[in-house]
Design a protein. Structure first.
Length: 663
């Protein structure tokens, strides 16, 4: 695909907080483009992109849906992402393969916590973005307030390219601020025009002087700086609409073509692509959605999965819109499609070469764990197989299957995800399961510096001697590993085996939780020229690490949420008292439009049922939004241990027998 062809493609993600109108916007775009003949409804469960049973029943998106439309000869690959925080992992994976984004903000609620989270990720990845202020036909809609909240909380580079005409039920559309003659703009449009002109003029001293002298700028004067700012991701167009009535949709479609970039890549170069989504087809098996950055893929070609170092054969390449599909047989650089035949592919796998593939931005952090219960013993193997398939599609579930205890544990984002998992198990696999109440995922970190030592020389044949230095790290730093061992005493191949096993050894600390925020240094090691086998270091590493943790001790860490809370002023005292009881931390609240606004931190453990209690405390008028903040030391009176899986390496004799299958 040459440069001219790539200009005829856009890869665009639609992002927003829950209920801002992403799926409705997508549905009207598809209708306006002629891709669908009749409009579906989120409330009725008839939209094209929400096709899973659970999405139709609940009226929410739980999976990113890939669709496409054509406008003015340009193909736009559109990804409609979930808005609920419980399905943030789908947003995370979609971000990685997008060239442009539409970020939807409700004109009633304004910027919400998840909007800020997505915005930060878009900026980290430098993805050009259009703001679309939706729901201007709703009671309480305030377009200027929405723009101010975008500029205050997200970016002061947000600039209106339109001025809304009317509001609430009187909203009829928007006037273009970039037209040559601005004399005929509707009343109130001057505020929006001034905001546009001033923001653009501030980018260039000469332009600013001209604006101050004349009091206005022509379209020809504005356009070069405007285009430069947008394409550099320093300015961000703001458009207005009411998607449920189709108002503003054509303008948004034109803006996607005008202001968002096409992909770059070389179809003649070696293949470089990434799997960003997995599904399962009842007839064809695993479906891998691939974004291709370079090269060309065709049916029946063999591709190299560099992540797993395996080769697989492409059997079909299809363009899929929900349940409709079209066999295209070829995928070229810059495009994305569903690829069949990659039966062992996993999300995040890179094919061909990693050259030109952007890094990922982690958003989703599961903070809860649940145990799965099956109704009948006959269902046990089916439930395990079903969850293994679901974990392939969403790796953050981090399935932990404890065969010895016949237990199945998952990591989850929240209660809605748990309900959705139960629904998917029933509709897709015909299985009834229950979940224990969710428990918080704690972590451990070394309390002080210390050493761990292991001398694994019995029962022969074996020989692995290791000495580790373990030190506390900065909060949020994770694991930092290094080796000082001399190669003549411990071969590099053995050192590499130790490096691979250290993260596994830290999955369970003294209290049974993952150990994080630490520096581990292999100070010295020793192998034997006759007695050592590489597997000896698989056995020895956990024993040396656990010996070190026993010497350093561990401190329990708990997850905290950043919260933003808005309640009517009369409920402020009751709510603040509740926050104090939950060990919440917050700055002085402020009053805005008769509502008390509070921001701060809340422990996950004490606030699991707070959203439900807030509703009853405020008669449904409280608005709470939360995002993961950090892990921090627990108070000294909090002690939570987790049941250990397998034999503890601190019991070295029993552990060695267990690893050698001699128990």
């Amino acid at each position: 695909m040459d440069e001219a062809q790539q200009k005829q493609i856009r890869n665009v993600g639609i992002f927003a907080h829950v209920d801002a109108g992403k799926t409705t916007t997508t549905e009207h775009i598809l209708y306006e483009s002629g891709r669908i003949r009749t409009l579906g409804s989120v409330d009725d469960g008839t939209t094209l992109t929400d096709w899973l049973d659970v999405e139709r029943e609940r009226g929410i998106s739980v999976r990113a849906a890939v669709t496409r439309f054509f406008r003015n000869g340009v193909q736009v690959n559109l990804v409609d992402t979930p808005g609920h925080v419980d399905f943030l992992s789908e947003v995370e994976r979609s971000l990685r393969v997008m060239d442009g984004a539409v970020l939807i903000v409700s004109a009633v609620e304004g910027v919400r916590a998840q909007t800020e989270l997505i915005w930060q990720a878009l900026r980290d990845l430098r993805i050009p973005t259009i703001f679309y202020v939706n729901k201007l036909d709703r009671v309480g809609a305030d377009p200027m307030r929405a723009i101010k909240s975008i500029r205050r909380l997200l970016s002061n580079g947000a600039i209106p390219l339109q001025a809304p005409i009317g509001a609430d039920e009187n909203f009829t559309g928007s006037a273009n601020l970039l037209r040559e003659d601005t004399s005929g703009l509707p009343s109130g449009a001057e505020l929006y025009l001034n905001l546009l002109v001033e923001t653009v003029a501030e980018r260039d001293e000469e332009l600013l002087e001209r604006y101050i002298e004349k009091g206005h700028l022509t379209r020809a004067e504005l356009l070069p700086q405007l285009e430069d700012g947008i394409f550099r991701s320093e300015l961000f167009p703001v458009l207005f609409g009411a998607s449920n009535r189709g108002i503003g949709i054509p303008d948004l479609m034109d803006a996607i073509l005008r202001w968002l970039p096409g992909p770059v890549g070389d179809s003649e170069a070696p293949v470089a692509g990434i799997v960003f989504k997995l599904e399962r087809d009842p007839d064809m098996g695993r479906v891998a959605y691939v974004r291709l950055y370079n090269g060309t893929l065709r049916n029946r070609e063999i591709v190299h999965n560099v992540t797993q170092d395996i080769r697989e054969k492409v059997t079909q390449i299809r363009k899929i819109d929900a349940r409709k599909s079209e066999d295209v047989g070829i995928l070229q650089a810059g495009d994305l499609a569903a690829v069949f035949g990659l039966s062992r592919a996993r999300i995040g796998d890179i094919f061909g070469s990693a050259a030109g593939i952007p890094g990922e931005r982690k958003l989703a952090v599961p903070l809860l764990t649940v145990q799965v219960r099956w109704r009948s013993e006959a269902d046990y193997p089916k439930v395990v197989a079903a969850f293994q398939e679901l974990a392939d599609e969403d790796p953050l579930l981090d399935l932990q299957w404890q065969q010895e205890d016949r237990e199945l544990h998952l990591k989850v984002m929240g209660p809605i995800q748990i309900e959705v998992l139960a629904s998917v198990l029933k509709s897709r696999f015909g299985l009834d399961v229950d979940f224990d109440p969710p428990s918080v995922i704690y972590k451990e970190t070394p309390t002080r510096a210390g050493e761990g030592f292991v001398s694994y020389t019995m029962p022969k044949p074996c020989w692995a001697i290791l000495r580790f230095r373990i030190e506390p790290g900065e909060r949020g730093s994770g694991l930092q590993y290094s080796s000082m061992a001399r190669p003549e005493r411990l071969l590099e191949s053995y050192q590499n085996e130790v490096a691979r096993r250290v993260p596994e050894a830290l999955r369970q600390g003294l209290r049974g939780w993952e150990v994080t925020d630490l520096k581990v240094t292999l100070v010295e090691g020793e192998h034997h020229v006759w007695h050592t086998h590489p597997l000896d270091f698989v056995v020895a590493t956990p024993m040396g690490i656990m010996n070190g943790l026993a010497n350093t001790g561990t401190t329990l860490l708990e997850p905290l949420l950043h919260f933003r809370l808005s309640v009517p002023e009369e409920f402020g005292g009751k709510v603040m008292n509740e926050l104090v009881i939950m060990r919440g931390e917050f700055d002085s609240p402020w009053i805005r439009s008769g509502r008390l606004e509070i921001e701060g931190l809340l422990p996950v453990a004490t606030s699991l049922d707070f959203p439900a209690r807030l509703g009853s405390m405020t008669k449904g008028r409280g608005i709470l939004s939360t995002t993961f903040a950090c892990y921090r030391e627990c108070p000294t009176d909090v002690s939570v241990d987790r049941k250990r899986q397998g034999i503890n390496p601190l019991d070295q004799a029993k552990y060695i027998l267990s690893v050698r299958n001699a128990l």
